[in-house]
Design a protein around this ligand. Structure first.
Ligand SMILES: *Cc1c(COP(=O)(O)O)cnc(C)c1O
Length: 825
């Protein structure tokens, strides 16, 4: 151990250091629990709160993680294998305690340690706050990938931002969403390790100067105006029961002012502290938009801040062992999770060309070979474009580099004579109209050796629609990697009863090889097993009822069909289509046709500035109220909006779910992963041919999936040939009655016209997401599902077919695909 060049530890001490390791016995866990309580928190039997006990116990578990991490990391350092760097602005992690205990394989000891001392693991676990550093699917995917990379022993680092405020808390007050801040670090986090010395400067603004070197060549020098320091916080990522622990490194922003003594000598202490706040704003808050670009300067700063710090850290690690940067692609694979980190292309070029003096062509080779880009959405409003004015202000040198990348790229295709001016303006990195901007997706595509979509349909749309010009240029760059979910969190942790049933039937191999679940197919005609499966679902429903009734003081009907739509609220996801289907059921009950009892659960956050999404929440809550207050209706129906959808709530709802609603308009949902969680836990999907639904349906068998709606091709045809939703409504009595019901204001007597903006969008403003067109088939499929449900054995058989055939949707499988086809690890 050295500090600078000087040894600070003698041999005897080093011996002791390497010999102190933790086995993880119950005794050790209790001992460490007590030590943390006493000596970290300074608490005793009188002063310790339940939260103190959670913190101290979790800290004991973290000690074991740390011990394994301190074995993994030097091993990997010695091996010098190629490392994977996953760059993501979001990580939707949820809780860590249960996952750490499971992956460390210390469940038995932990429960023994706790119960012998009068504690309850599940009660303590409930005290942990969710780490909600993401909006939805994209951030959760990043978290599942970290779990799988560690499980597959891939030397991998996640990089992102340590937001002080994660995704907001959602409250429902008088049937409306109200947001409050998620101050998740108020009491600190047990799981993070601050690295105050792992500090990098990140620069903004200023000017670029041209210098003439001695040999007459020109060189650009960026003279920035502002510096913000990025400080590392590490989170340990354990693989599943393999003693392998990776690192998630999140950057926090620190002002340089506290390091700048001269500043204080100038005497402007108050201004120094004010400036400090300004710099530290960068890592303050997660932008709460899902699938929408907002174009705010602070977001632009966040993106560059984390990319710059990350690339400095990657190069530092590389240069410890190597000196020739040409070898970087042999040692580092950099995966860009959407375009949010796409500025990495220009930043790596800047470092290689300006700071390391490599020739442009060599630097470009290195950059392209390192970078790979994952696209997550084709919604036009989500595609990132940053104004050139913003670049000029904050990243003037990067703008020059992007111009040069663009010029070289465009002239390389012009020279072939194969492409016209329209083509060239479409693939250009620069958009001229309406405001001159940089197209970040084009930058990411040009600067990467791999571009992938996240399901087969989505990749097809990339190739043939939104990136078709790039596909014409570089067919080989494009590939598909269907998303996946980790079976540890999304089955073993959240659904112990089902996990146990599966293990009893087919053994434990499915935990690391989910395709083993196919062995369950042999039980499809075993009525005892099917009954056991039904019993597990029933128990999970009862458990959920208890949880819900304790929390919300409202009764649920466990005999009803548990039907869930849980995901961000978005027009393209069509929660309002689900609501229209429920109004149809109301109309049927009014006609005297009594349905099988059904409980419709909705959960999901709306972006705070997304008016229509918030109105959809009000619509669902109004429907919920109306039904609850009506004796006749509430006998058969209930609609429940579960507030504050987050990873922990998702873990609660997967086990009891019987129907999973995946009803986005075909061609809009890139993949979906909620669809996978539900199906893996035995819910049957009512879904469109969209995203990964198509592959789920193929895997589980079309007879075990409730399909409805248009295909993506039919949507395209309908829109091209002229879609007239109002006329369609007029010609369909069921649909007409649904809209009459809404327009009667019976849901909102005190607030007439409240939902007019919503119905206007559908009837008079083009119904962009084709709810009206899909509604008749939706009504049909809902009735079909309810009919099938009444044959319990048939339903359980279909449920089993779903569980048994979800193997390919393990994120382990997805990561194997990235490792082989993209990263070469
Ligand atoms: C899985 C998950 C999502 C993604 O759900 P989709 O249905 O794929 O949009 C969003 N939020 C949370 C909390 C999740 O766990």
């Amino acid at each position: 151990m050295t500090q600078g060049e000087e040894k600070i530890m003698n041999k005897a001490f080093c011996e002791k250091l390497s010999h102190l390791s933790i086995e993880g016995t119950a005794e050790e866990i209790v001992h460490r629990f007590i030590e943390h309580l006493k000596f970290d928190l300074g608490k005793d039997e009188f002063s310790a709160t339940p939260y103190d006990c959670y913190v101290s116990f979790a800290s004991a578990v973290k000690d074991i993680l740390m011990d394994r991490w301190l074995i993994t990391q030097p091993q990997e350092y010695a091996l010098q294998r190629k490392r994977v760097y996953y760059l993501s602005l979001e990580y939707l992690i949820g809780r860590s305690l249960g996952n750490a205990i499971l992956n460390l394989d210390i469940q038995k000891q932990s429960i023994k340690a706790l119960t012998e001392n009068g504690f309850d693991l599940s009660l303590l676990s409930e005290l942990e706050w969710d780490a909600g550093l993401g909006n939805g699917g994209l951030g959760r995917l990043a978290a599942c990938f970290l779990d799988s990379m560690a499980t597959l022993k891939i030397p991998a680092y996640g990089y992102g931002i340590r937001y002080e405020y994660g995704i907001f808390f959602q409250h429902i007050i008088n049937g409306e969403q109200v947001e409050t801040p998620d101050n998740w670090l108020r009491y600190g986090s047990v799981w993070e390790i601050a690295r105050p010395a792992r500090l990098f400067p990140v620069y903004f603004g200023g000017i670029v100067k041209e210098e003439i070197l001695e040999d007459g060549s020109k060189k650009m020098r960026w003279i920035p105006e502002e510096t913000v320091m990025a400080m590392a916080y590490d989170y340990l990522v354990p693989g599943f029961q393999n003693n392998y622990v990776n690192t998630l490194r999140l950057w926090s922003a620190k002002s340089t002012r506290e390091f700048n003594l001269a500043y204080f000598n100038e005497g402007d202490y108050m201004q120094a502290v004010a400036d400090k706040n300004h710099s530290e704003m960068i890592a303050k808050v997660l932008y709460p938009n899902d699938n929408k670009m907002q174009g705010k300067e602070l977001r632009f700063r966040q993106e560059y801040f984390f990319v710059s710090a990350t690339l400095q850290d990657i190069l530092r690690r590389f240069l410890k062992k190597e000196s020739d940067l040409r070898k970087l692609p042999e040692k580092a694979a950099i995966q860009l999770n959407d375009t949010h980190p796409a500025i990495a292309v220009a930043e790596l070029m800047r470092i290689l060309v300006d700071e390391r003096n490599l020739p442009w062509e060599i630097a470009w080779e290195i950059t392209q070979q390192c970078m790979a880009f994952t696209n997550h959405t084709i919604l036009p409003e989500a595609l990132e474009k940053w104004q050139v004015l913003l670049f000029e202000k904050l990243l003037p040198r990067h703008l020059q580099i992007i111009y040069e990348i663009n010029e070289r790229f465009l002239s390389s295709i012009r020279i072939t004579g194969l492409y016209d001016d329209d083509f060239i303006s479409r693939v250009s990195l620069i958009e001229e109209e309406p405001v001159k901007s940089i197209r970040m997706a084009n930058l990411a595509i040009v600067g990467s050796h791999s571009v992938n979509g996240v399901s087969e349909l989505h990749t097809d749309i990339l190739k043939h629609l939104i990136f078709k010009d790039f596909y014409a240029l570089w067919k080989d760059k494009f590939n598909s990697k269907t998303n996946g979910i980790t079976p540890r969190r999304w089955l073993m942790l959240c659904n112990p009863l089902l996990s146990e049933l599966i293990t009893q039937a087919i053994g434990s191999a499915w935990k690391t090889d989910l395709k083993e679940l196919a062995k369950l197919n042999k039980y499809k005609n075993d009525s005892t097993f099917l009954e056991d499966l039904g019993e597990v679902k029933r128990q999970n429903k009862l458990e959920f009822c208890k949880y819900y009734e304790d929390l919300h003081k409202r009764k649920l009907n466990p005999e009803s069909i548990f039907d869930f739509q849980a995901k961000r609220i978005h027009e393209y996801k069509r929660q309002h289509l689900n609501a229209l289907g429920i109004i149809h059921l109301i109309n049927q009950i009014r006609d005297g046709k009594t349905p099988y009892p059904q409980s419709f659960f909705f959960a999901g956050k709306a972006a705070p500035g997304y008016f229509i999404a918030k109105l959809i929440i009000r619509f669902i809550c109004a429907l919920s109220d109306y039904i609850e207050k009506d004796k006749e209706l509430s006998r058969y129906l209930s609609v429940i909006f579960l507030p504050n959808y987050r990873v922990t709530l998702a873990e609660r709802i997967m086990p009891p779910a019987e129907i999973s609603r995946q009803i986005s308009l075909a061609g809009t949902e890139a993949s979906g992963t909620g669809n996978m969680k539900f199906a893996l836990n035995g819910a049957l999907t009512i879904g469109t041919l969209d995203g990964a639904n198509i592959e789920i349906r193929e895997a589980v068998g079309e007879e075990n999936f409730f399909l409805f709606g248009m295909t993506a091709a039919e949507v395209k045809n309908l829109k091209e040939s002229g879609y007239h939703p109002y006329e369609m409504m007029r010609q369909n009595e069921d649909i007409k009655r649904i809209f009459d019901f809404i327009e009667s204001d019976i849901l909102n007597p005190l607030n007439p016209g409240l939902f007019t903006p919503l119905t206007d969008l559908l009837l008079y403003q083009g119904d962009k997401y084709c709810l009206i067109a899909d509604l008749p088939d939706f009504i049909r499929v809902n009735a079909e599902a309810v009919k099938v449900y009444q044959d319990k054995q048939q339903w359980n058989r279909m449920s089993l077919a779903n569980i048994a055939n979800m193997g390919k949707f393990s994120s382990d499988e997805t990561i194997k695909g990235y490792a082989k086809d993209i990263w070469g690890v």
